[in-house]
Design a protein around this ligand. Structure first.
Ligand code: PGA
Length: 249
């Protein structure tokens, strides 16, 4: 049985006061939530959020990491630094990083490796654009994105990560993949991983992301190959985020 995860990607949102209120509300409502819960605040708030989450079952995540271990990389943050602040999960290959900051497949693979080397859990985001979907390239695109990492880090390292399927056209747009559309891609990705290694395919947790809301979460998470969600906008409202967590029960 793969344990479901709901991870909140706060993106560049939040403030000391807002984070505190959001987390106090989330922690107060967690009683009937049984999935793994992760929140990924912006870097400056890692220490604040780590403290608020102390002795709770919500895990800390980060949105980004450098592929390098140490050195003259202005503005970057290493995997070891994230580990020191108590992070467990770290996003890599989010479409906003790929499209706005030039994170290509090779760099995404290097970041994945850096995270595994620091005993952090990479959340590898993959997904097609609308044009790619309309051209019928969805499976080719996500396969390329998965294989770029798998080929570079190997089956064993890959198995310590999590995958998130996030169709680019669904992120922040209010357009959600239908449960059937998402399930088809998740099943194809699991089959690709199983071709490399049966255990990798069976055990990999594959999250769906892209306009997940309280209203559509249960149907998405009810699909056989969808193991939870990566939640952007709806993770900023405690009632919405908690409802999505409950949908993963
Ligand atoms: P969204 O973002 O839920 O706001 O669409 C998802 C994501 O980018 O991870």
């Amino acid at each position: 049985m793969r344990r479901k995860i709901v991870a909140g990607n706060w993106k560049m949102h939040g403030s000391i006061a807002a984070n505190r209120q959001l987390l106090l509300d989330v922690l107060a409502g967690l009683g009937d939530v049984s999935c793994d819960v992760v929140v990924c605040p912006p870097f400056p708030y890692l220490a604040q959020v780590a403290e608020l989450l102390q002795s709770s079952r919500v895990m800390l995540g980060a949105q980004h990491v450098s592929e390098f271990a140490v050195g003259a990389y202005t503005g970057e943050v290493s995997a070891a630094m994230l580990a020191e602040f108590g992070c467990r999960y770290v996003l890599v290959g989010h479409s906003e990083r790929r499209s706005l900051y030039g994170d290509d497949d090779a760099r995404v693979a290097a970041k994945f490796r850096a995270l595994v080397d620091s005993a952090l859990i990479p959340v590898l985001c993959v997904g097609e654009t609308l044009v790619q979907r309309e051209r019928g390239e969805t499976e080719a695109v996500v396969s390329r994105q998965l294989e770029a990492v798998l080929d570079q880090v190997g089956v064993d390292a890959f198995a310590s990560g999590v995958v998130a399927y996030e169709p680019v056209w669904a992120i922040g747009t209010g357009l959600t993949a239908t449960p059937e559309q998402a399930q088809r891609v998740h099943a194809a990705m699991r089959a690709l991983l199983a071709e490399r290694d049966a255990g990798l395919g069976a055990g990999m947790r594959i999250l769906y992301g892209g306009s997940v809301k309280a209203q559509n979460a249960a149907e998405l998470f009810g699909q056989p190959d969808i193991d939870g969600g990566l939640i952007g906008g709806a993770s900023l409202q405690s009632t919405d985020f908690l409802a999505i967590c409950r949908a993963a029960n």
